[in-house]
Design a protein around this ligand. Structure first.
Ligand SMILES: [Zn+2]
Length: 44
């Protein structure tokens, strides 16, 4: 799935959310990114 860093907006594709950002190494900043398909799924 697509994961983004809330601190530096770095985006990566991984099956699970890493504890820290591989780019800025901020801890706990990674979260599942909102993509268009997610918004469609949620509205159903
Ligand atoms: Zn980051």
């Amino acid at each position: 799935m697509r994961i983004e860093c809330t601190k530096c907006q770095y985006v990566l594709d991984k099956p699970d959310i890493p504890r820290r950002c591989p780019y800025c190494s901020a801890e706990g900043s990674m979260r599942k990114a909102k993509i268009a398909q997610d918004l469609i799924d949620e509205s159903e």
